[in-house]
Design a protein around this ligand. Structure first.
Ligand code: BES
Ligand code: MN
Length: 458
């Protein structure tokens, strides 16, 4: 292991340079013009994996390719070796709005201990940390105590639509004892954490159609319903002033937080003023009766992610718009079911929609919430690896973001997922000026190196 550690120490600059190369691919899965960039990024990964000694292949799916890379067959025989699957994604969120970036999103820039670029933290830097840890074993000829398969997909940010089918088709090949994912966060470098829960998600698009075309608002306005009005009133009825989602039945299956969980979450460092300033809002507002940490990681929500109607260009244009659209996602917690929640939401919207317009509700992607035991042997192995890499006692947290595929790993491969995030709260995931902290990166490499020793012993 000494050699592994030295290799990691010695190669920091090379690892960072490789992360820069990785970030340079504009692998934006939401935008079809980038399909070629996604493929090139996947091919680059296959090349990199092969060079470090993994058996790497590019696998076609109905969408973007999946990269599968396995550690070579071990020479040591005897007891059955354990196999772990490391999942990550090489696709990234759209970088827009571009004018808010201090440097171009796909031209990585290092400032102090931060590497700026779209996807640096979510999720390229985090999955590269695992690859580099395994490289350290392979390049120093250090025996890996377990087998590892990397599965890196290119559709996570758009709902992982091809991956479940891929898992089903390759169930045997991907069989493993547990999945490891670094695609979540930690409160700070001094507060490493194991994530034992994620929120689920349910997406939908609500369209209100009014007149057959945009109309002169002076000539016709006042004699018909304006779809922007109708949609805003309907949206207004989705949430109460106390911050609760107003869809009847929405909370019926919500599992209350246990006393243990509330105490754990209360231990986390948190300053309301600093948080408010960091977000840039004059005051916070969330569901009454819960702390901001609880609100964002363990309570369900409904958010409007996009809202469009009428004229958006420069100056004024006096029209009654023909339509109005809202893009909505709900974050769900155990034991809410996305399918059931979507049908409750659509039913409620239909009920409150006036007959003066035509309503269209399109249901989108969804993923179930996830919780796993924080005291299983796999979790304890994760905690030990975190302790070794960060030199601090790790916290147990739940996170508000979603990684829907973890439920498919459970259903299709029959295994649980160990979530060991490396993102910091100020990494600007999905925002302009995304960055990855290089100490998180290097700690991540060391954590991964330690993890295989711990996991091999479970
Ligand atoms: N890495 C995030 C999820 C995440 C971030 C979890 C921070 C916990 C803390 C992931 O890439 C992501 O953004 N997922 C999407 C899923 C959606 C598109 C189905 C999300 O949460 O919005
Ligand atoms: Mn993301």
């Amino acid at each position: 292991m000494q050699q592994v550690h030295e290799y990691i120490q010695r190669n920091e600059a090379a690892f960072i340079a490789e992360l820069c190369d990785y970030v340079r691919f504009p692998s934006v899965s939401a935008q079809s013009v980038h399909a070629g960039d996604l493929r090139r990024c996947a091919e680059w990964l296959v090349g990199g994996c092969a060079r470090m000694g993994l058996e790497a292949t590019l696998r076609e799916t109905p969408g973007n390719p999946v990269v599968v890379a396995r550690t070579p067959k071990s020479k040591s025989r005897g007891a059955k070796r354990k196999r772990f699957l490391v999942y990550g994604h090489y696709d990234v969120q759209p970088p827009e709005p571009l004018d808010l970036w201090k440097s171009p999103p796909f031209e990585p820039r290092i400032q102090g201990r931060n590497l700026y670029g779209r996807g640096a933290s979510d999720n390229k830097g985090q999955n590269l940390a695992h690859l580099k840890a395994v490289e350290a074993y392979l390049k120093t000829g250090t025996e890996l105590p377990c087998d590892i398969t990397f599965v890196l997909e290119g559709e996570e940010e758009v709902g992982s639509s091809s991956l479940a089918g891929f898992l089903k088709a390759h169930r045997k090949e991907l069989a493993c004892d547990a999945v490891v994912i670094s695609d979540t966060g930690i409160p700070s470098l001094k507060h490493p954490a194991l994530t034992y829960g994620l929120r689920g998600i349910a997406a939908m698009e609500v369209r209100v159609h009014g007149p057959s075309r945009d109309l002169h608002s002076g000539i016709y306005g006042g004699s018909l319903d304006n779809p922007a009005w109708v949609l805003s009133r309907m949206l207004g009825r989705l949430r109460t002033d106390a911050g609760r989602v107003a869809i009847p039945g929405f909370y019926d299956r919500v599992r209350p937080l246990t006393r243990f969980e509330r105490t754990q979450l209360a231990r986390l460092p948190f300053s309301e003023t600093a948080y408010r300033k960091f977000l840039g809002v004059p005051a916070l507002n969330g569901e009454k009766g819960f702390t901001p940490i609880e609100q964002r990681c363990a309570r369900p929500t409904l958010e409007i992610n996009g809202l469009t109607s009428g004229y958006q260009g420069q100056g004024s244009k006096t029209i009654v718009p023909a339509w109005a659209v809202a893009k909505i996602t709900m974050r769900l917690v155990p034991d809410q079911s996305p399918k059931e929640i979507l049908s409750l939401a659509a039913g409620y919207l239909r009920k409150i929609c006036p007959p003066t317009v035509r309503l269209e509700v399109e249901l989108g992607h969804s993923g179930e919430p996830y919780v796993v035991s924080p005291s299983s042997p796999v979790a304890l192995a994760g905690l030990s690896a975190l302790r070794q890499a960060f030199g601090r006692e790790p916290y147990l947290i739940r996170e508000g973001g979603s990684i829907p595929i973890v439920n498919d790993f459970r259903k299709i491969l029959g295994v649980d997922t160990l979530l060991l995030g490396l993102a910091l709260p100020d990494d600007n995931l999905h925002s302009p000026n995304e960055k990855f902290n290089l100490d998180c990166f290097m700690n991540g490499v060391r954590m991964s190196a330690a993890l295989w020793q711990e996991l091999a012993r479970i």
